[in-house]
Design a protein around this ligand. Structure first.
Ligand SMILES: [Zn+2]
Length: 67
């Protein structure tokens, strides 16, 4: 059985195992319904980071369903 981590619907951050609240946006909803996976190292140099409006390095989902 594969465990699906939560991803934040606000900043798309993929959360650690067992974490169900985004540390950056605690009021945002989290969802296991997400697609794609990207590791951003240097947000200022990354086109994907700009598209996702990500400013901090980390693991992000490309698409998060807000349901
Ligand atoms: Zn977030």
């Amino acid at each position: 059985m594969v465990k699906i981590p939560f991803a934040c619907t606000e900043c798309h951050l993929i959360l650690e195992d067992g974490v169900d609240m985004c540390p950056r946006c605690p009021s945002a909803k989290v969802s296991t319904d997400h697609q794609g996976y990207v590791i951003i190292m240097n947000a200022s140099r990354s086109e994907i980071a700009k598209r996702l409006e990500v400013e901090l390095p980390g693991k992000y989902a490309l698409k998060v369903s807000n349901r």
